[in-house]
Structures are given as C-alpha cells and as structure tokens.
Ligand binder design. Structure first.
Ligand code: P53
Length: 474
C-alpha cells in the first residue's frame, strides 16, 4: 500500500504572512496590518489603526506580491503539486462592505493562479486566514455583527465565480477553533476581528461570532457547489488533541470536555447542526445566542466536503476544579506533557499524535482528510552559506511516517499534505521572522533588515525526493 497516485504534495502559506504589498493595487488595511512584531513569549500588540513608528511585519512580509513568479518557479523545482495560500480579502474588498470588488486585486490572483497552473501546481485556497478587513472591525465590531455574514458571502461568491476554472480545493475559515482560547487577545482578533471592553464577558461573544462564521461558511459552501459542482470545500481546524494527564477518571472526563470545547466547530461544519453537548453548555451557562431558523437551514444545507486541518502539537490537561461541569479554560489549564519534547517556543512535538487525530477525525466524520499545515518553527543558522536544518527534516519525516501509517494501517483517506511556511514567512503568533518553518530561506530578520534573497536549506533537497518518490523515500 502507498499514498494515492494523485496525492497532493504541497506547501502552505497565508496571504498576510508572505505577500507584503500591504497597500499595493488598492489593498485595504487588514487586521494583520495593525499587529506589531512580538517575540517568543511576548504577545504582538494590536494597535488602533496603523500608527507611525511601529514595526508591522506583515506590511512587507517577504514581498511575495512582487516576487511571486520567481518564487513559484522555485516551488516547481521543489516538485510541489499544490500550493496552499489565501486570498487577502482586503485586496478584493478593501473595506469589506463595498458592493463592487477591486479589479486590481482580482487580477493579482488571476495572475498568481495562472503562474501556479503553468507549473502544474494546483492552488488550494483559504478564504479567510486571519486577515479580515480592519474596517469591519472599527465599523461593525467584527464578527459580533450579523451583517458581516453577508459581506463574507459576497466576497466568497465573487472569488468562487472568478476562479471557478482555476481552483478546485477551497477552505472557508482558517483554524476557526483557535478562538476556543478567547481569554488571550490574539485568537478572537485574528479569527473574528473581536476587541473587548475591559469588563466584557468574552465567552458568549466568541460563541456568537463563531456562529455567524459557521453560517457564513455554510452559505459559501452551498453557493460554491452551485457555481462549480466539482469544488471541494473544506473546513480548517487547528487540531491539537488534548490528552488526559493521567488515567484518573476525572482527568479522562476533563480531557473529553476540553476536546468538545475545541472541536464542536468541526461538528457543525460536517454535520450541519450543533451537537447537543454544546447547546447544553450554552443553556447551563445562560448564553442566549442569536441563532435563527434560517441559520439552522443554512448550516444543514452547506456541509463541508473534507476536513482540512493543521497539526503541530498535542496538548494535555488535568482536572483541577472538581466541579460537575468540567469547565475548561484553555488559556490556563494546559499542562506540559513529560513524555514528549517541545520546540523553543514550547510547542510539544508529538508525531504519533498526528496518527491519533487522523483516526479521531476519521471515526467521527468519515470524510477525506487534508493535512494543510504541519511544521517545525526553529531558529536557523547559516553556516558556510548553507542551513543544515536536520531538526526540521527529523520533525517532518517523523510526521510523514505517522501520516502514512494512518493511511496504510488504519485506512484513513487522505487527500494531501502541505507543510506550513515551506518558504520562510512572518510568524502569525509572534510576528517574528526568526521562528522559521521553511525549506526555502528568506534573508530577513525580526527588525525587517535583510536582502529578501531566497536560498535552499537542506530540507529543500530532502522534501524534493520525498515528493518525487510519493513519500516512499524519507
Ligand atoms: P506561528 C496557534 C496554534 C496552532 C496554529 O504558527 C496556529 C496558532 C497561531 O499562532 O496558527 C497556524 O506562526 C496558522 C498559521 C501560523 C502557523 O500555524 O505562530 O494557521 O497562520 O503561521 C504557525 O508559529
């Protein structure tokens, strides 16, 4: 047995993390454009608009906007058969609430996709990857406002129609479930454009925003299938399995509830309705959400075709509160797992966890899977002009082995694999360049200095032979 013949070997990025050109071709300001650079353990700041004197790393990023032709030639040399990126919403609708799209933005992605297709690389496209128009935040309160559903659906329909013959694989919202951590400012802002009052009860606001996103996603899926029945439109879930700390029954139950808090989103995407454990939770907590009959019909009519997910690490949790609800606070309750190593940024490295979650998804949904992010953020050092990133090769190799076992031994259906940031780019979490995932090195540092030149790391040659052998030579 082996991976399927048409297995998609790719690489993944997101528009705001590599394009730069933040004002080029009429692009509007996105939420990523108002986030400063952070550091390991230091959160990025979200400023009130773009302020002078601040370092906003996404403004230039790695300047893919102006260099994409040479970059895609390099991706072709690597052997990619697909390229996952996103469409920056603000290139198409600079403010988000316009009736007519911005032609220059649409043309940019036409040219980009043509360039990919010329090299036999299929574009795999995320509609919303942490880059909603900032205007929708200031004028509408982000996804706390129902009107944003229509703005998103209009954006989705516009790009579905425009690229219907160039793109087959789509995803609606990147890592929609990150906002399960609504306590820190990062995920609510990047997922949903949410900013909170100091004394606001954040949790129901997050659920309301997520509900509108799920409705918007379902409406987009339905319209997409009408525009082109061949479209494959997936969810995109950040999968970090949450293990119980011990075999103590209360730890097991705690881990189950924690999984429910992180993964109810994919239940709705796939099944087209809310699971009863989450509606029971809303009831117990007294959350009264704006959820109409029409919403329910929309959810049922727009279920996804496949499960796109990212996998970097596993989590673990221990029961501490002794309550009957096993309530879970993701910002505070995760513990270090002594059985696995961690990256310099504390991300716990757990290759077998990938096989575990592939089984979990397969059991639960019986849909094809697509691993649309996986990778190792590390500091690279150039020695004699070359980066010998053996640690990255070891991480990717170990994960690909588990992915193959899930397919071969466990019978999971898998569409493809696109390692994250295969060309170095701006970290989403910290805004750093230093946290590198790439097989292609980009000469730029955290302060924004560097030539932006591209060069191959040792992992480039390694991945090239992995692709050429369809995963047989690792
Ligand atoms: P960075 C948290 C946990 C798992 C995945 O992340 C995450 C995050 C957010 O930081 O994000 C995804 O750059 C995301 C990408 C992101 C990548 O993982 O913080 O989809 O945009 O760059 C890696 O190291």
């Amino acid at each position: 047995m082996a991976l399927r013949k048409d297995f998609l070997w790719g690489g993944a990025v997101a528009a705001h993390q590599l394009e730069g050109g933040w004002q080029a071709g009429g692009k509007g300001v996105s939420v990523a454009d108002v986030m400063t650079v952070g550091a390991n353990g230091v959160a990025r700041r979200i400023t009130d608009g773009v302020l002078p004197g601040e370092n906003y790393p996404n403004h230039e990023a790695i300047d893919f906007y102006h260099r994409y032709k040479a970059d895609i030639a390099l991706f072709a040399e690597l052997g990619l058969t697909c390229f996952r990126t996103s469409i920056a919403w603000t290139r198409i609708f600079p403010k988000g609430d316009e009736a007519a799209p911005n032609e220059a933005g649409l043309q940019f992605y036409d040219d980009l996709f043509d360039e990919c297709l010329k090299h036999g690389i299929a574009p795999v496209i995320t509609l919303s990857h942490f880059e909603m128009p900032y205007h929708l935040v200031t004028e509408y309160g982000g996804w706390r406002n129902r009107k944003v559903i229509d703005f998103f659906v209009h954006f989705a329909e516009t790009v579905f129609r425009r690229y219907k013959d160039k793109v087959t694989y789509w995803m609606t919202f990147n890592e929609i479930n990150n906002q399960a951590n609504y306590v820190d400012d990062f995920a609510p802002f990047t997922n949903s454009g949410l900013k909170f009052e100091a004394d606001e009860d954040r949790e129901p606001v997050m659920y309301q925003a997520a509900h509108y996103e799920l409705v918007a996603s379902a409406r987009a899926v339905k319209i997409g299938h009408e525009i082109n029945p061949d479209f494959q439109i997936g969810s995109m879930i950040a999968m970090c399995p949450i293990y119980p700390a011990t075999m103590k029954p209360r730890d097991i139950m705690k881990a189950q509830v924690a999984m429910q808090r992180r993964y109810w989103f994919s239940d709705v995407h796939v099944r087209g309705h809310y699971p009863s454990y989450i509606t029971a939770y809303f009831k117990r907590r007294g959350f009264t959400l704006d959820m109409t009959e029409a919403d329910k019909q929309d959810l049922a009519a727009g279920t996804v075709d496949y499960i796109g997910f990212s996998y970097y690490m596993s989590f673990a949790v221990k029961d501490t509160d002794n309550g009957a609800g096993f309530d879970y606070d993701e910002a505070k309750e995760l513990i270090r797992n002594p059985y696995v190593e961690a990256s310099d940024w504390g991300w716990q490295i757990d290759p077998l966890g990938l096989r575990y979650v592939m089984n979990w998804f397969n059991e639960r949904y019986e849909l094809p899977l697509f691993i649309v992010e996986n990778g190792f953020g590390a500091v690279d050092e150039v020695v004699d002009g070359k980066i010998q990133d053996t640690y990255r090769i070891a991480y990717l190799k170990a994960h690909i082995e588990q992915m193959k076992d899930a397919v071969d031994i466990d019978g999971v259906e898998l569409i493809g694999y696109t390692p994250w940031g295969f060309i170095d780019l701006v970290s989403a979490g910290t805004g750093e360049m230093k946290k590198r995932y790439g097989m292609i090195y980009v000469d730029k540092d955290n302060e924004g200095n560097g030539t932006l030149n591209r060069s191959k790391k040792a992992s480039f040659d390694w991945y090239q032979q992995v692709i050429a052998s369809n995963g047989e030579v690792l």
